[in-house]
Design a protein around this ligand. Structure first.
Ligand code: NAD
Length: 343
Protein backbone atom coordinates (compact mmCIF):
# COMPACT_ATOMS: atom_id res chain seq x y z
CA UNK A 1 0.00 0.00 0.00
CA UNK A 2 2.73 2.47 0.94
CA UNK A 3 4.51 1.94 -2.40
CA UNK A 4 1.29 2.90 -4.12
CA UNK A 5 0.97 6.15 -2.18
CA UNK A 6 4.61 7.24 -2.43
CA UNK A 7 4.64 6.59 -6.18
CA UNK A 8 1.37 8.39 -6.72
CA UNK A 9 1.86 11.25 -9.18
CA UNK A 10 0.17 13.71 -6.82
CA UNK A 11 2.08 12.64 -3.73
CA UNK A 12 4.21 15.64 -2.79
CA UNK A 13 5.73 14.92 0.60
CA UNK A 14 2.36 15.16 2.31
CA UNK A 15 2.84 15.32 6.06
CA UNK A 16 0.03 12.94 6.86
CA UNK A 17 -2.59 10.92 5.03
CA UNK A 18 -5.25 9.32 7.21
CA UNK A 19 -7.66 6.63 6.05
CA UNK A 20 -10.90 6.67 8.03
CA UNK A 21 -13.29 3.74 8.14
CA UNK A 22 -16.21 3.69 10.52
CA UNK A 23 -18.53 0.73 9.91
CA UNK A 24 -21.55 1.88 11.94
CA UNK A 25 -22.09 5.02 9.88
CA UNK A 26 -20.55 3.55 6.72
CA UNK A 27 -17.97 6.33 6.56
CA UNK A 28 -15.06 5.70 4.24
CA UNK A 29 -12.92 8.79 3.94
CA UNK A 30 -9.41 10.06 3.46
CA UNK A 31 -7.89 13.11 5.14
CA UNK A 32 -4.74 14.55 3.59
CA UNK A 33 -2.63 17.08 5.48
CA UNK A 34 -0.19 18.42 2.91
CA UNK A 35 1.74 21.08 4.80
CA UNK A 36 1.30 22.83 8.14
CA UNK A 37 4.36 25.07 8.25
CA UNK A 38 2.20 28.23 8.11
CA UNK A 39 -0.52 26.93 10.43
CA UNK A 40 -3.11 24.15 10.71
CA UNK A 41 -4.17 22.72 7.38
CA UNK A 42 -7.47 24.05 6.08
CA UNK A 43 -9.50 22.87 3.09
CA UNK A 44 -12.95 21.53 2.30
CA UNK A 45 -14.45 18.07 2.53
CA UNK A 46 -15.54 16.70 -0.83
CA UNK A 47 -18.11 13.91 -1.13
CA UNK A 48 -17.96 12.12 -4.44
CA UNK A 49 -18.87 8.82 -6.02
CA UNK A 50 -15.29 7.95 -7.00
CA UNK A 51 -14.81 5.26 -9.64
CA UNK A 52 -12.39 3.49 -7.26
CA UNK A 53 -10.23 4.08 -4.17
CA UNK A 54 -7.18 5.06 -6.21
CA UNK A 55 -9.17 7.92 -7.77
CA UNK A 56 -10.12 9.16 -4.29
CA UNK A 57 -6.49 9.02 -3.10
CA UNK A 58 -5.36 10.85 -6.21
CA UNK A 59 -7.98 13.56 -5.71
CA UNK A 60 -7.30 14.18 -2.03
CA UNK A 61 -3.53 14.37 -2.59
CA UNK A 62 -3.94 16.82 -5.48
CA UNK A 63 -6.52 19.00 -3.74
CA UNK A 64 -4.71 19.20 -0.40
CA UNK A 65 -1.47 20.23 -2.12
CA UNK A 66 -3.40 22.91 -4.02
CA UNK A 67 -4.76 24.30 -0.75
CA UNK A 68 -1.22 24.76 0.61
CA UNK A 69 -0.32 26.87 -2.43
CA UNK A 70 -3.58 28.84 -2.36
CA UNK A 71 -3.45 29.61 1.36
CA UNK A 72 0.25 30.53 1.26
CA UNK A 73 -0.08 32.98 -1.65
CA UNK A 74 -3.18 34.51 -0.04
CA UNK A 75 -1.06 35.34 3.01
CA UNK A 76 -3.23 33.31 5.39
CA UNK A 77 -1.83 31.79 8.61
CA UNK A 78 -2.98 28.31 7.59
CA UNK A 79 -1.56 25.32 5.77
CA UNK A 80 -3.13 23.07 3.17
CA UNK A 81 -5.30 20.01 3.58
CA UNK A 82 -8.41 18.39 2.20
CA UNK A 83 -10.66 15.44 2.92
CA UNK A 84 -12.82 13.24 0.75
CA UNK A 85 -15.74 10.98 1.59
CA UNK A 86 -16.29 8.09 -0.80
CA UNK A 87 -20.00 7.95 -1.54
CA UNK A 88 -22.91 9.41 -3.40
CA UNK A 89 -23.79 12.84 -1.97
CA UNK A 90 -27.37 12.48 -3.22
CA UNK A 91 -28.13 9.14 -1.52
CA UNK A 92 -25.47 8.26 1.07
CA UNK A 93 -25.53 11.23 3.45
CA UNK A 94 -26.55 10.75 7.08
CA UNK A 95 -25.90 12.81 10.21
CA UNK A 96 -23.93 9.83 11.61
CA UNK A 97 -21.58 9.87 8.62
CA UNK A 98 -20.58 13.48 9.25
CA UNK A 99 -20.42 12.96 13.00
CA UNK A 100 -17.99 10.10 12.38
CA UNK A 101 -15.88 12.44 10.26
CA UNK A 102 -15.99 14.93 13.13
CA UNK A 103 -14.64 12.27 15.50
CA UNK A 104 -11.78 11.56 13.08
CA UNK A 105 -10.93 15.27 12.91
CA UNK A 106 -11.00 15.47 16.69
CA UNK A 107 -8.45 12.64 16.85
CA UNK A 108 -6.17 14.71 14.59
CA UNK A 109 -6.22 17.37 17.29
CA UNK A 110 -6.56 20.41 15.03
CA UNK A 111 -3.90 19.59 12.45
CA UNK A 112 -6.69 19.74 9.85
CA UNK A 113 -9.76 22.02 9.75
CA UNK A 114 -12.51 21.10 7.33
CA UNK A 115 -15.27 23.08 5.58
CA UNK A 116 -17.88 22.49 2.91
CA UNK A 117 -16.90 21.65 -0.65
CA UNK A 118 -18.42 19.95 -3.70
CA UNK A 119 -21.00 17.44 -2.45
CA UNK A 120 -21.15 18.81 1.11
CA UNK A 121 -23.09 21.71 2.64
CA UNK A 122 -23.10 23.95 5.72
CA UNK A 123 -25.79 21.60 7.11
CA UNK A 124 -23.40 18.63 6.80
CA UNK A 125 -20.69 20.67 8.51
CA UNK A 126 -23.10 21.34 11.38
CA UNK A 127 -23.16 17.55 12.02
CA UNK A 128 -19.34 17.50 11.92
CA UNK A 129 -19.44 20.27 14.53
CA UNK A 130 -21.36 17.98 16.94
CA UNK A 131 -18.06 16.14 17.48
CA UNK A 132 -15.33 18.68 16.86
CA UNK A 133 -14.55 22.38 16.77
CA UNK A 134 -12.13 21.88 13.87
CA UNK A 135 -14.67 22.85 11.26
CA UNK A 136 -15.17 26.15 9.42
CA UNK A 137 -17.68 27.51 6.93
CA UNK A 138 -20.74 26.65 8.96
CA UNK A 139 -22.55 29.35 7.07
CA UNK A 140 -22.71 31.57 10.15
CA UNK A 141 -22.11 34.64 8.02
CA UNK A 142 -23.25 33.28 4.70
CA UNK A 143 -21.93 31.94 1.44
CA UNK A 144 -18.26 32.81 0.71
CA UNK A 145 -18.83 32.84 -3.09
CA UNK A 146 -19.37 36.64 -3.32
CA UNK A 147 -15.87 37.08 -1.87
CA UNK A 148 -14.46 34.74 -4.50
CA UNK A 149 -16.24 36.85 -7.12
CA UNK A 150 -14.82 40.04 -5.60
CA UNK A 151 -11.29 38.57 -5.73
CA UNK A 152 -11.79 37.63 -9.39
CA UNK A 153 -13.04 41.12 -10.18
CA UNK A 154 -10.10 42.96 -8.59
CA UNK A 155 -7.75 40.36 -10.10
CA UNK A 156 -9.22 41.00 -13.54
CA UNK A 157 -8.76 44.75 -13.06
CA UNK A 158 -5.08 44.13 -12.26
CA UNK A 159 -4.70 41.97 -15.38
CA UNK A 160 -6.36 44.60 -17.58
CA UNK A 161 -4.13 47.31 -16.17
CA UNK A 162 -1.03 45.20 -16.75
CA UNK A 163 -1.78 43.88 -20.22
CA UNK A 164 -4.11 46.48 -21.76
CA UNK A 165 -2.77 49.51 -19.82
CA UNK A 166 -6.32 50.54 -18.93
CA UNK A 167 -7.99 51.43 -15.63
CA UNK A 168 -11.51 50.96 -16.95
CA UNK A 169 -13.34 47.82 -18.07
CA UNK A 170 -15.77 49.91 -20.14
CA UNK A 171 -16.52 48.22 -23.45
CA UNK A 172 -14.25 45.19 -22.91
CA UNK A 173 -15.76 41.85 -23.93
CA UNK A 174 -15.64 39.08 -21.32
CA UNK A 175 -16.65 35.49 -22.14
CA UNK A 176 -17.95 33.94 -18.93
CA UNK A 177 -18.18 30.14 -18.67
CA UNK A 178 -20.53 29.20 -15.83
CA UNK A 179 -23.06 31.43 -14.09
CA UNK A 180 -23.20 29.65 -10.74
CA UNK A 181 -22.53 31.04 -7.28
CA UNK A 182 -19.30 32.76 -8.29
CA UNK A 183 -19.81 33.27 -12.03
CA UNK A 184 -23.11 35.12 -11.71
CA UNK A 185 -21.85 37.54 -9.09
CA UNK A 186 -18.65 38.10 -11.07
CA UNK A 187 -20.75 38.80 -14.19
CA UNK A 188 -22.84 41.28 -12.21
CA UNK A 189 -19.73 43.20 -11.18
CA UNK A 190 -18.34 43.13 -14.73
CA UNK A 191 -21.62 44.43 -16.14
CA UNK A 192 -21.73 47.23 -13.55
CA UNK A 193 -18.19 48.21 -14.62
CA UNK A 194 -19.27 48.54 -18.27
CA UNK A 195 -17.98 45.24 -19.69
CA UNK A 196 -19.93 43.40 -22.40
CA UNK A 197 -20.71 39.79 -21.55
CA UNK A 198 -20.90 36.63 -23.63
CA UNK A 199 -22.03 33.73 -21.46
CA UNK A 200 -22.41 29.95 -21.53
CA UNK A 201 -23.95 27.56 -19.02
CA UNK A 202 -25.95 24.32 -19.03
CA UNK A 203 -28.50 26.08 -16.81
CA UNK A 204 -30.94 27.88 -19.10
CA UNK A 205 -32.57 29.77 -16.21
CA UNK A 206 -29.25 31.39 -15.27
CA UNK A 207 -28.62 32.23 -18.93
CA UNK A 208 -31.99 33.94 -19.34
CA UNK A 209 -31.46 35.88 -16.14
CA UNK A 210 -28.08 37.10 -17.39
CA UNK A 211 -29.59 38.11 -20.72
CA UNK A 212 -32.30 40.13 -19.00
CA UNK A 213 -30.22 41.61 -16.20
CA UNK A 214 -26.91 42.24 -18.00
CA UNK A 215 -27.84 42.21 -21.69
CA UNK A 216 -25.50 39.22 -22.00
CA UNK A 217 -25.14 37.40 -25.31
CA UNK A 218 -25.68 33.64 -24.95
CA UNK A 219 -23.59 31.02 -26.73
CA UNK A 220 -23.50 27.22 -26.46
CA UNK A 221 -21.19 25.54 -23.94
CA UNK A 222 -18.80 24.48 -26.67
CA UNK A 223 -18.85 27.78 -28.61
CA UNK A 224 -17.58 29.80 -25.61
CA UNK A 225 -13.98 28.91 -26.57
CA UNK A 226 -14.37 30.44 -30.04
CA UNK A 227 -15.79 33.79 -28.94
CA UNK A 228 -13.51 36.70 -29.91
CA UNK A 229 -13.20 38.52 -26.58
CA UNK A 230 -10.71 40.47 -24.49
CA UNK A 231 -11.01 38.17 -21.48
CA UNK A 232 -12.02 34.55 -20.94
CA UNK A 233 -13.43 33.90 -17.46
CA UNK A 234 -13.70 30.16 -16.68
CA UNK A 235 -16.08 29.81 -13.72
CA UNK A 236 -17.36 26.25 -14.08
CA UNK A 237 -15.07 23.34 -14.85
CA UNK A 238 -11.39 22.51 -14.37
CA UNK A 239 -8.89 21.76 -17.17
CA UNK A 240 -10.54 24.04 -19.73
CA UNK A 241 -7.11 25.39 -20.71
CA UNK A 242 -5.66 22.61 -22.83
CA UNK A 243 -4.14 22.08 -26.28
CA UNK A 244 -7.54 22.04 -27.98
CA UNK A 245 -8.96 25.19 -26.37
CA UNK A 246 -5.66 27.06 -26.69
CA UNK A 247 -5.83 26.76 -30.43
CA UNK A 248 -9.35 28.23 -30.32
CA UNK A 249 -9.24 30.97 -27.68
CA UNK A 250 -9.01 34.50 -29.12
CA UNK A 251 -8.44 36.47 -25.91
CA UNK A 252 -5.67 38.47 -24.30
CA UNK A 253 -6.39 37.56 -20.68
CA UNK A 254 -7.70 34.54 -18.74
CA UNK A 255 -9.15 35.48 -15.36
CA UNK A 256 -11.72 33.19 -13.79
CA UNK A 257 -12.69 31.37 -10.61
CA UNK A 258 -12.54 27.71 -11.62
CA UNK A 259 -10.04 25.50 -9.81
CA UNK A 260 -7.31 23.65 -11.73
CA UNK A 261 -7.78 25.51 -15.01
CA UNK A 262 -4.55 24.22 -16.59
CA UNK A 263 -5.05 20.69 -17.93
CA UNK A 264 -1.30 20.13 -17.53
CA UNK A 265 1.42 22.35 -16.05
CA UNK A 266 3.02 23.05 -19.45
CA UNK A 267 -0.15 24.84 -20.60
CA UNK A 268 0.95 27.78 -18.41
CA UNK A 269 3.94 28.36 -20.68
CA UNK A 270 1.90 27.73 -23.81
CA UNK A 271 -0.42 30.56 -22.78
CA UNK A 272 2.57 32.87 -22.35
CA UNK A 273 3.94 31.95 -25.76
CA UNK A 274 0.54 32.67 -27.29
CA UNK A 275 0.61 36.12 -25.67
CA UNK A 276 -2.23 35.41 -23.24
CA UNK A 277 -1.90 36.80 -19.71
CA UNK A 278 -3.08 34.09 -17.31
CA UNK A 279 -4.16 34.99 -13.78
CA UNK A 280 -3.23 31.78 -11.90
CA UNK A 281 -6.41 30.16 -10.61
CA UNK A 282 -5.34 29.57 -7.03
CA UNK A 283 -4.31 33.21 -6.68
CA UNK A 284 -7.36 34.90 -8.20
CA UNK A 285 -9.96 32.58 -6.62
CA UNK A 286 -8.75 32.82 -2.99
CA UNK A 287 -11.49 35.24 -1.86
CA UNK A 288 -13.69 32.46 -0.49
CA UNK A 289 -10.99 30.81 1.64
CA UNK A 290 -9.95 34.25 2.95
CA UNK A 291 -13.53 34.77 4.11
CA UNK A 292 -13.80 31.27 5.67
CA UNK A 293 -10.42 31.62 7.39
CA UNK A 294 -11.34 34.99 8.93
CA UNK A 295 -14.58 33.52 10.22
CA UNK A 296 -12.81 30.50 11.76
CA UNK A 297 -10.09 32.58 13.40
CA UNK A 298 -12.59 35.17 14.65
CA UNK A 299 -10.80 37.92 12.79
CA UNK A 300 -12.87 41.07 12.19
CA UNK A 301 -15.32 40.59 9.34
CA UNK A 302 -14.77 44.23 8.38
CA UNK A 303 -11.18 43.38 7.34
CA UNK A 304 -12.09 40.58 4.92
CA UNK A 305 -12.67 42.82 1.91
CA UNK A 306 -9.35 44.62 2.33
CA UNK A 307 -7.57 41.25 2.44
CA UNK A 308 -9.41 40.08 -0.69
CA UNK A 309 -8.36 43.30 -2.45
CA UNK A 310 -4.71 42.30 -1.87
CA UNK A 311 -5.23 39.68 -4.61
CA UNK A 312 -4.82 42.57 -7.01
CA UNK A 313 -1.34 43.50 -5.72
CA UNK A 314 -0.25 39.86 -5.57
CA UNK A 315 -1.24 39.32 -9.19
CA UNK A 316 0.51 42.51 -10.32
CA UNK A 317 3.69 41.24 -8.64
CA UNK A 318 3.30 37.87 -10.41
CA UNK A 319 2.62 39.46 -13.82
CA UNK A 320 5.60 41.82 -13.51
CA UNK A 321 7.98 39.08 -12.41
CA UNK A 322 6.78 36.67 -15.13
CA UNK A 323 7.20 39.31 -17.83
CA UNK A 324 10.66 40.30 -16.64
CA UNK A 325 11.92 36.71 -16.49
CA UNK A 326 9.95 35.45 -19.54
CA UNK A 327 8.28 32.76 -17.48
CA UNK A 328 4.75 31.45 -17.10
CA UNK A 329 2.66 33.30 -14.51
CA UNK A 330 1.65 29.91 -13.10
CA UNK A 331 5.30 28.99 -12.50
CA UNK A 332 5.97 32.32 -10.75
CA UNK A 333 2.89 31.88 -8.53
CA UNK A 334 4.02 28.36 -7.57
CA UNK A 335 7.44 29.72 -6.67
CA UNK A 336 6.02 32.49 -4.47
CA UNK A 337 3.91 29.90 -2.64
CA UNK A 338 6.83 27.54 -2.13
CA UNK A 339 9.04 30.34 -0.79
CA UNK A 340 6.40 30.96 1.89
CA UNK A 341 5.64 27.44 3.05
CA UNK A 342 8.99 25.70 2.48
CA UNK A 343 10.85 27.40 5.27
P1 NAD B 1 -21.52 26.36 -8.97
O1 NAD B 1 -21.76 24.90 -9.00
O2 NAD B 1 -22.41 27.24 -8.19
O3 NAD B 1 -21.52 26.92 -10.49
C1 NAD B 1 -21.00 26.25 -11.58
C2 NAD B 1 -21.82 26.67 -12.80
O4 NAD B 1 -21.22 26.09 -13.97
C3 NAD B 1 -23.27 26.22 -12.75
O5 NAD B 1 -24.13 27.29 -13.10
C4 NAD B 1 -23.30 25.10 -13.78
O6 NAD B 1 -24.58 24.95 -14.39
C5 NAD B 1 -22.27 25.59 -14.76
N1 NAD B 1 -21.75 24.56 -15.67
C6 NAD B 1 -21.62 23.22 -15.45
N2 NAD B 1 -21.13 22.63 -16.55
C7 NAD B 1 -20.90 23.62 -17.46
C8 NAD B 1 -20.38 23.64 -18.78
N3 NAD B 1 -19.99 22.53 -19.42
N4 NAD B 1 -20.27 24.84 -19.42
C9 NAD B 1 -20.67 25.98 -18.81
N5 NAD B 1 -21.19 26.01 -17.55
C10 NAD B 1 -21.29 24.84 -16.90
O7 NAD B 1 -19.99 26.53 -8.53
P2 NAD B 1 -19.29 27.85 -7.97
O8 NAD B 1 -19.30 27.80 -6.48
O9 NAD B 1 -19.82 29.04 -8.67
O10 NAD B 1 -17.79 27.58 -8.42
C11 NAD B 1 -17.39 27.74 -9.77
C12 NAD B 1 -15.93 27.30 -9.94
O11 NAD B 1 -15.11 28.10 -9.09
C13 NAD B 1 -15.65 25.85 -9.53
O12 NAD B 1 -14.62 25.35 -10.34
C14 NAD B 1 -15.16 25.98 -8.10
O13 NAD B 1 -14.32 24.89 -7.74
C15 NAD B 1 -14.39 27.27 -8.18
N6 NAD B 1 -14.26 27.97 -6.91
C16 NAD B 1 -15.35 28.35 -6.21
C17 NAD B 1 -15.23 29.03 -5.00
C18 NAD B 1 -16.44 29.50 -4.23
O14 NAD B 1 -16.29 30.36 -3.34
N7 NAD B 1 -17.62 29.03 -4.53
C19 NAD B 1 -13.95 29.31 -4.50
C20 NAD B 1 -12.82 28.93 -5.24
C21 NAD B 1 -13.00 28.25 -6.44
Amino acid sequence: MSAFIFNEVNFDDHEQVVFVSEPKSGLKGIIAVHNTSLGPAMGGCRMWNYANEAAAVNDVLRLSRGMTYKNAVAGLPIGGGKSVILGNPKTDKTPALFEALGEALERLGGRYITAEDIGTSPQDMAFVAHKTGFVAGLGASGDPSPFTALGCFVGLQAAVKHRLKRDSLEGLIVSVQGLGHVGYDYARRLHAAGAKLVVADVDTVALERAREEFGAQIVSVDAIYDVPADIYAPCALGATLNRDTLSRLQVQIVAGAANNQLATADVGDMLRQKGVLYAPDFVINAGGIIKVCYEYLNRPEADVEAHVHQISETLTEIFTCAERDERATSAVADEIARARFMR
